[in-house]
Design a protein around this ligand. Structure first.
Ligand SMILES: [Zn+2]
Length: 207
């Protein structure tokens, strides 16, 4: 199963995904679908297609993926919390994840999205969250995440409920336009100083 990201205007990005019953996780097809999501994240279906599909954990295509970003309309997402962050070494497949607590403290961070190739922007989100979910075996788990991992989890859980990061921008008429060949510059730059903009306000939905 090779997955491709939906176009940013695809209506499936605005739908609420279906809850996955615990019993469905015993199904082999369901587990294969989760494997396909991991293949997408770690490049097996993109960078090494036709070569046996080996995953490369050091070079993920994305640090997070929600199933509906690739057209699977179920409450499943993948978070790679290991990238450059001590203390977060696990990759989590979260089934039916939900934010059960948020801190009053907030942080602002630049975010992008697999479905928006050249659009970035600074979002303001709770700094710390508690997330409850099942793992892919159906065990209940709770994560307390702070800072970057918390923003990632909120971004992905938003997806599963039909929300996009552009809905969280302070000024969606001035989202950051980041051409693919300028991505490295953008990551080095102070987001506040970026001077290329794109108007995504027509695509914003009230949360
Ligand atoms: Zn996204």
């Amino acid at each position: 199963m090779t997955l491709t990201p939906l176009d940013q205007h695809d209506p499936r990005l605005r739908q609420v995904c279906a809850v996955v019953p615990r019993t469905a996780l015993r199904d082999r097809q369901q587990q294969l679908e989760i494997e396909a999501l991991l293949d997408f994240v770690y490049g097996a279906s993109v960078k090494t297609a036709g070569t046996g599909g080996r995953r490369d954990r050091s070079q993920p295509n994305t640090v997070g993926l929600s199933a509906n970003q690739v057209g699977i309309m179920k409450q499943i997402c993948v978070l790679d919390l290991s990238i450059g962050r001590k203390g977060y070494t696990d990759i989590h497949v979260l089934v039916n994840p939900r934010v059960v607590w948020t801190s009053k403290a907030r942080t602002e961070k630049p975010e992008g999205c697999v479905n928006f190739e050249t659009v970035w922007g600074v979002t303001r989100r709770p700094r710390t969250v508690r997330v409850r979910a099942m793992d892919r075996s159906g065990n209940e788990l709770e994560l307390k995440l702070t800072g970057w991992p918390a923003a990632l989890a909120q971004h992905e859980i938003d997806h599963l409920n039909g929300h996009l990061f552009i809905d969280r921008l302070e000024d969606p008429t001035h989202a950051h336009h980041v051409p693919l060949d300028q991505y490295a510059q953008y990551r080095r730059a102070k987001a506040r100083e970026w001077d290329q903009f794109v108007d995504v306000s027509a695509d914003v939905s009230a949360a």
